[in-house]
Design a protein around this ligand. Structure first.
Ligand SMILES: CC(C)(COP(=O)(O)OP(=O)(O)OC[C@H]1O[C@@H](n2cnc3c(N)ncnc32)[C@H](O)[C@@H]1OP(=O)(O)O)[C@@H](O)C(=O)NCCC(=O)NCCS
Length: 184
């Protein structure tokens, strides 16, 4: 599977992508809102992580659309994003995204999230798309707001890592809201 956005290509993962994913997932900037144990993920863990994404490509019908974010000029993998159908429903999925910190601040995550939402509503026929982020993760909050997601709730002290409690935010967007939005 391959989706061309304005500046990026989103494509299915291949196993050789694991080294590039490992390199940015070990970056301290990337790990700021993730549990401590993520920082020292082993080669085997990251290879298994990429393999799980590849396994999802063969599920029938496919439920996990987790794609490598790449630069069209060089083919370099700069991140990971996805639309994941929720278990036991045909009408809801959630989205997620992450980028190599070297590529932050260029509007890429916003471009990717818009594309995932359009894919989910147009191609998968979803009724509702949701997302969850760490409440302190301002960059992700900004992305979700910019693409029109509505804040639906705050889960207080939802996670504990790096020696403190963290709240999470729940976001949602209905197909009708997306279809009516002028800037989608
Ligand atoms: C969240 C993440 C994907 C954002 O990627 P990005 O490509 O830098 O985001 P964008 O460039 O599309 O920025 C979106 C908006 O957030 C703002 N923003 C980006 N980083 C910010 C920061 N650290 N603080 C405040 N605002 C920030 C941008 O200015 C932009 O708003 P603007 O267009 O009004 O200027 C990236 O920070 C990341 O990969 N983080 C680690 C993984 C992660 O947290 N994933 C999300 C899990 S829910």
């Amino acid at each position: 599977m391959r989706i061309q956005t304005e500046r990026l290509v989103l494509r299915d993962f291949v196993i050789d992508d694991w080294l590039t994913v490992l390199a940015y997932q070990r970056d301290a900037r990337y790990n700021r809102y993730y549990p401590d144990r993520w920082v020292d993920r082993s080669d085997d863990e990251v290879r298994a992580f990429v393999q799980r994404l590849i396994d999802g490509q063969h599920e029938k019908p496919r439920r996990l659309f987790q794609l490598a974010i790449t630069l069209p000029e060089t083919g370099e993998v700069i991140g990971n994003c996805g639309v994941r159908r929720k278990p036991d429903t045909e009408w809801e999925a959630d989205i997620g995204y992450e980028l190599n910190p070297e590529c932050w601040g260029r509007g890429y995550a916003t471009e990717v999230a818009r594309t995932l939402i359009a894919f989910g509503f147009r191609e998968l026929g979803l009724h509702r798309i949701s997302a969850q982020c760490n409440a302190d993760n301002v960059a992700s909050v900004n992305v979700l707001q910019k693409v029109g997601m509505r804040l639906e709730g705050r889960i207080r002290e939802h996670e504990h890592f790096q020696g403190r409690w963290w709240d999470s935010l729940d976001w949602g967007l209905l197909e009708t809201e997306w279809a009516a939005a002028p800037d989608r």
